[in-house]
Design a protein around this ligand. Structure first.
Ligand SMILES: [Fe+2]
Ligand SMILES: [Fe+2]
Length: 396
């Protein structure tokens, strides 16, 4: 540490906790911009980062209007030339389910440790104590409920992003079989918004605001006019993130209604990622120039890095520990939690093979993934080779 940074550090410690927190939050937002090396990626994500991380547009209590600029693609010849997409369309029609048929009548008692959303062991309480979290058993249980409610709230906001993005992609995609399939995904995503919001309102009794990083990613995808980047971002990156998160919660929770809900949602999501792999493989390997392909490859890596350690439950921190614990200690508490380790492993275990399958894991980019410890996933099975049952049993 240089003289000036240690001086700054000592000055920071003299400030009230509220000011320290605000500075830490600003430093983190700036770090997001600094982590992006590629100017083209910065052009695509930068304005969304300003709206999400600095202006906190998702947290102002008003609806957001995000301007869309993609082209709506019509084909008056109605080609039926993508058999794998056509097959997914058939499977999607047959796989529809009704959100009303979940066992809503179950009385969900979150205070019962046997059916908690997250079990005790999902977080490292010993570490929490060492940094000054003073909680008795009942408070720990309440905190676990809030952490679970926060996670499901982010699932809900992500589902709204998926609903609108899948509608956009259905307009923009050039495959007629893809448009048919995409229409079923729009219905699926509406159902996901329906069941997660009902769960939060009826059972948990509260909804947390959208996380700034999630807002930034959704804003970037909705406003980018290039349909394949939108598609890569939503169907591969965000859906991969969601499958990792749903799988982790499905594995950890013993709450029967939530398990049933997640099992149904995971089955739909498995189809969505499969479609993403099929459509992008076709597009990236056949339509794009090498320069365009490389830009997608860099973009995917940078977005993967942005997703890696950025879902840190700060809205729960603000509520519980805002002035009692530093954000850095909270960050460490969340990042080292066993449930978060499992989430990262599940997410990247799915994401990296999918990137390989669509042609975005060339020898040029592999060393970057290896450098951050993700090389072990290079050989995994991609979504087109995994059934929904595989995904659920891996999560179980
Ligand atoms: Fe969904
Ligand atoms: Fe989805």
């Amino acid at each position: 540490m240089t003289m000036s940074t240690s001086l700054l550090e000592s000055m920071r410690k003299l400030m009230p906790r509220r000011v320290q927190s605000a500075l830490d939050a600003l430093g983190e937002a700036v770090a997001v911009f600094r982590e992006i090396d590629d100017p083209r990626v910065m052009r695509s994500l930068g304005p969304s980062g300003v709206r999400g991380l600095l202006l906190k547009r998702g947290k102002q209590g008003v609806p957001s209007v995000m301007p869309a600029s993609h082209g709506a693609f019509f084909d008056w010849g109605y080609p039926h030339d993508q058999p794998e997409m056509a097959d997914l369309y058939t499977r999607a029609k047959r796989g529809q389910w009704d959100g009303d048929s979940l066992p809503w009548e179950l009385d969900v008692d979150f205070d019962n440790p046997d059916i908690a959303m997250f079990p005790e062991g999902a977080f490292d309480w010993e570490f929490g104590r060492s940094v000054g979290m003073r909680l008795d058993a009942r408070e720990r249980m309440r905190l676990l409920i809030d952490l679970g409610t926060w996670a499901i709230s982010q699932f809900l906001h992500g589902e709204q992003g998926a609903l609108l993005a899948s509608a956009q992609v259905t307009e923009a995609v050039q495959f007629m079989d893809g448009k048919f399939y995409g229409a079923t995904q729009v219905v699926d995503e509406a159902r996901h918004v329906e069941v997660f919001s009902r769960y939060l309102l009826e059972k948990a009794g509260k909804v947390y605001q959208i996380n700034d990083n999630l807002f930034t990613i959704i804003d970037a995808l909705m406003t980018d006019g290039r349909w394949d980047l939108k598609f890569l971002g939503m169907q591969i990156m965000v859906e991969g993130l969601a499958l990792g998160a749903f799988g982790t919660m499905y594995h950890q929770t013993r709450e029967p209604l939530l398990r049933e809900l997640l099992r149904n949602v995971i089955q739909d999501e498995a189809r969505h990622v499969h479609y993403g792999v099929v459509a992008l493989r076709e597009h990236i390997t056949k339509e794009l120039s090498e320069r365009e392909r490389r830009e997608r490859e860099d973009w995917a890596f940078e977005v993967a890095m942005l997703m890696r350690n950025r879902f840190l439950f700060y809205e729960v921190y603000d509520e519980w520990f805002g002035h009692k614990l530093s954000r850095a200690d909270w960050r460490a508490f969340i990042t080292r939690a066993p449930s978060m380790e499992q989430f990262r492993a599940t997410m990247f275990g799915r994401l990296v093979p999918n990137l390989r399958e669509i042609g975005l894991l060339s020898d040029r980019i592999r060393p970057h993934y290896e450098r951050v410890g993700l090389g072990k996933y290079f050989g995994g099975r991609a979504a087109d080779k995994l059934s929904a049952e595989d995904i659920i049993s891996q999560a179980a």
